[in-house]
Structure formats: structure tokens, C-alpha cells
Design a protein around this ligand. Structure first.
Ligand SMILES: [Fe+2]
Length: 333
């Protein structure tokens, strides 16, 4: 599972005696070791030849070890290597609260000075093994997620064989991501909204072909059955434990701000923000994509319609944020 020696290690400490000693110990153990004497030099070397592990002294003149660590974790130039495991060398006098914060932000471990050769080599080996295990766990999670999203996509494509049910899921997802950004949603909320945008009408798979393809005027029984697609969709999604948040949004995507929506007749903020967003982007997608029974509106006509129903059908703030994000994407071509 672990990579064979030698590992490339970057040792950063302002005390030459410490780095020289570290280099001898590490190289004798089969690793290759680069040295930096300050934070700026370390950050430059990290980009030049990314190491497998970094050892950072906590207290250094100029940029401290924690500052170097935060640059590595947060700054865009280091995005591809921000997960490199980092060990920090500390003295007893260092700040305990900051030490805890650093561990919470992903620092691999501390090693208190003074330490023995064996102690240094053991902590390096343990850190690298743990890092490999975590990397494989992340990869497994990513593969699993990819598999279930693939299954969802296949299901949606099967549904889209019927031109009455066909939706532009790419447009819906892009609109969802744009509004998640406007509302500064965190990654989890953003993903929930994106999946809800993909899946909000999945309950239509339970409607009969006869009803889906019906081209005349619907009677009240047929309207009620079509409206049932919300509850059918929620029932499907609730079977998947990871999609409970998505189901909660899908449950409310036909609610209206003025309380005249369905299935519950919720009003205003009784409707979750994500569902208020879904209502707007679903309407926009439906208006701008043609269906067998009507032609597509232009974007401008669809925007006029959203504004007309802003505050009654749709959340007025969501409508304005949505129009702003659309106009930005128009102006960017
Ligand atoms: Fe729907």
C-alpha cells in the first residue's frame, strides 16, 4: 500500500544544526531530503519539486511554521499539493490553542523538540502510512459517489426517452450552481441543490404513459395524479440514505411563496431556500426549452415571466439573484 523508499522530504528549520542533523538521519534511513531555512524558501521549493512529506519548524523568524502550513493548505498555487502530509516540530512553550486548530485543519502530527532519531523516523513512517490509508479511503468514497451518480444519470436518460419528460439537466445544474454561489452555500449544500436540480421530477417515472402523453385538456383527476409526482419522487429518494436532504428539497419544489402551491400549500420561508431556488430554475428551464406541446420562449421572455410572478409564485430575492447571475453569464458570452 505504501510507496517504497526513498520518500522525498522537505525539512524546514531556521537552525542549520537541526536541518543538517535531520538530513543525515533521513538519508541514512533511505529518504531523500531537501532543506529550507525559512518559510519563503520552503513555499518556493514546494512548487518546484513537491515532496512526499514536509517537516516544518513551528517557530521561525519571518514566516512561522503555521503560516507556511496555511499558505500550503489555502493558497491557489498549492491547490494540487495541498494534501501533502505536514509534521510540525514544536517546543513546549508554543501556543496550545493554535496547535489544536492546526490539527483540525489537517496537520498530520507534532513532534516535540528535543527528539531522538528513532522517534523522528517512526513518526514519519506512521504519518505516511496514515496518509496513504486516508487517500485510498477518499478514492473509494469518490468511486462510490461516481457510481451512484452514474446510476442516477442513466435513470434520467431513460426517462428522457419520452419527449414530454425530457429536461435540460445540464442547464438546471448550472443554474443551481450559480445560485448556490450567489447564496454562498457551503460545498454540502451546493451538492444537495445540484442533485435536487437533477432529480426534482424523478417521481414522474411512476406516472402512466397514457397520462404523460395525454394531449387534451386534463381533468381534475389527471391533474391530481400529475401533482403526485412530488410525493412519488420523495418516496424514491428517501430509499437512499445519502439523499435525504435532496428529498427534502424535492418535496417542496412546487410550493409557491403565496401558499397556492402543492402538496402542502407552504408559504414564504416555510419553503426551504433550496426548494425556492428549484422553483425558479425549473420554471426557467421549462420556459426556455421546447416541449412537443409548445415552443420555447426566449431568455428575455422567460425573465419577464419570472418577474411577473415574483413575490407570488416565486421568491422575489431568488428571482433577482437568478436574473443577475444570468445577465453575468450573458455578458461573459
Ligand atoms: Fe415537478
Amino acid at each position: 500500500m505504501t510507496k517504497p523508499l526513498p520518500r522525498r522530504i522537505l525539512f524546514v528549520d531556521d537552525e542549520p544544526a537541526m536541518t543538517q542533523l535531520g538530513k543525515v538521519v533521513l538519508e541514512r534511513a533511505g529518504h531523500s531530503c531537501s532543506l529550507a531555512t525559512n518559510g519563503d524558501e520552503a513555499l518556493r521549493m514546494l512548487l518546484e519539486v513537491p515532496p512526499d512529506l514536509v517537516i516544518l519548524d513551528y517557530m521561525m523568524p519571518g514566516m512561522s511554521g503555521p503560516e507556511v502550513f496555511r499558505h500550503l493548505r489555502n493558497d491557489p498555487p498549492y491547490a494540487a499539493i495541498r494534501d501533502i502530509p505536514v509534521l510540525m516540530l514544536t517546543a513546549k512553550s508554543d501556543n496550545d490553542t493554535e496547535r489544536r486548530d492546526l490539527l483540525e485543519s489537517g496537520l498530520a502530527a507534532y513532534l516535540s523538540k528535543p527528539f531522538g532519531h528513532r522517534e523522528l523516523l517512526n513518526i514519519i513512517e506512521n504519518t505516511l502510512i496514515t496518509w496513504e490509508v486516508q487517500k485510498q479511503a477518499r478514492q473509494t468514497l469518490e468511486n462510490t459517489r461516481g457510481a451512484y451518480l452514474g446510476a442516477i444519470q442513466v435513470t434520467l436518460e431513460a426517462i428522457a426517452q419520452n419527449p414530454y419528460l425530457k429536461e435540460n439537466t445540464g442547464l438546471l445544474q448550472n443554474c443551481a450552481l450559480a445560485l448556490a454561489h450567489e447564496y454562498r452555500m457551503d460545498p454540502q449544500e451546493t451538492e444537495t441543490l445540484r442533485l435536487a436540480a437533477m432529480l426534482h421530477d424523478i417521481g414522474k417515472v411512476k406516472l402512466s404513459d397514457e397520462l404523460i402523453n395525454f394531449s387534451g385538456r386534463l381533468d381534475s383527476v389527471q391533474v391530481a395524479e400529475i401533482r403526485n409526482h412530488v410525493e412519488y419522487g420523495v418516496a424514491i429518494l428517501q430509499k437512499i440514505p445519502q439523499l435525504q436532504d435532496v428529498a427534502a428539497l424535492v418535496a417542496c419544489h412546487h410550493e409557491r411563496i403565496d401558499g397556492t402551491g402543492y402538496p402542502k400549500g407552504l408559504t414564504a420561508e416555510e419553503i426551504p431556500l433550496g426548494a425556492r431556488i428549484l422553483a425558479v430554475i425549473d420554471a426557467f428551464e421549462a420556459m426556455t426549452s421546447g416541449r412537443p406541446y409548445r415552443s420555447a420562449m426566449t431568455k428575455e421572455e422567460a425573465i419577464d415571466h419570472l418577474r411577473l410572478e415574483s413575490g407570488t409564485h416565486f421568491d422575489a430575492d431568488v428571482v433577482e439573484y437568478f436574473i443577475e447571475s444570468l445577465e453575468r453569464s450573458f455578458s461573459q458570452g
